[in-house]
Design a protein around this ligand. Structure first.
Ligand SMILES: C[S@@+](CC[C@H](N)C(=O)[O-])C[C@H]1O[C@@H](n2cnc3c(N)ncnc32)[C@H](O)[C@@H]1O
Length: 240
């Protein structure tokens, strides 16, 4: 059961529609007031209810705490077209939906959430019933034809967290096929999922950074997630 605290006063700082920051803690405006998604704290602030974005449960949440840039520079704006590869049970997806779509999708966003595990799709479908604008898809991120059917336009923002071998190729191919020029692509790399040449984690992260830059993407930031998620790096790239 989520802990709920009541206050009529807004708290923290409004960074953009649907997002407040209290220190480094991010809160998103709950699109389904009264319901938590993964046991996160709910809090009243002003007229709205807010959900605490737990950086220990979400790599993007951890990225928001660790980034050296403005937090909102990592996130899609209200009304964006988002493609999320490796959506899992919807922890991070739910916060993105709060921002991009909001209650009854009054912000007009579209969030296609792809995962190849049927058990994840069950949870994503359950989430989507009360979150219009969220479109779950049972598909393999490597196979573009099914995804393309739900992406008539290129995405403004793309996130990948598939934690499987060849994750760099999957990300580069997805950006090339689905991300618009100027759009942001974020990629959570799990070191242990890569083939190991005995080179060490730091060398692997450097090698991936070079590969992303050489592919023509602008590498905006590498965010070390250790402390929240061991052996992970979050790469932030812009499509040029
Ligand atoms: C670490 S979990 C994702 C957690 C999620 N991003 C979050 O923050 O809540 C990785 C997910 O990627 C999915 N996955 C792995 N390989 C995939 C592929 N080729 N295509 C789509 N999903 C994949 C797995 O089923 C798993 O649910």
């Amino acid at each position: 059961m989520a802990k709920r605290r009541g206050s009529r006063r807004p708290f923290g700082k409004e960074m953009m529609p649907g997002l407040r920051l209290q220190g480094r803690t991010a809160w998103t405006e709950n699109a389904t007031p009264g319901q938590d998604v993964y046991g996160e704290t709910l809090r009243r602030g002003g007229l709205e209810e807010w959900r605490r974005w737990d950086p220990r449960r979400s790599k993007l949440g951890a990225g928001l705490v660790r980034t050296e840039n403005e937090e909102i520079s990592l996130l899609p704006k209200a009304g964006s077209r988002v493609l999320y590869l490796g959506a899992g049970h919807g922890t991070t997806v739910s916060h993105l939906h709060d921002i991009v779509c909001g209650a009854d999708n009054h912000r007009g966003g579209r969030l296609v959430a792809v995962d190849l595990a049927p058990r994840c799709l069950r949870d994503l479908n359950h989430l989507a019933r009360s979150r219009p604008g969220l479109i779950p898809l049972l598909a393999d991120a490597r196979k573009h034809s099914m995804i393309a059917a739900l992406m008539p336009y290129r995405a403004d923002w793309l996130f990948q967290d598939v934690a499987q071998a060849s994750q760099v190729d999957i990300f580069l191919n997805a950006c090339e096929r689905f991300l618009r020029t100027g759009g942001l692509g974020l990629f959570s790399l799990k070191a242990a999922s890569e083939r190991w040449d005995g080179e060490g984690e730091r060398a692997l992260f450097d090698k991936v950074a070079t590969r992303l830059s050489e592919s023509g993407l602008e590498l905006v930031e590498n965010i070390e997630l250790a402390g929240f998620e061991e052996h992970h790096m979050l790469f932030v790239c812009r499509m040029v």
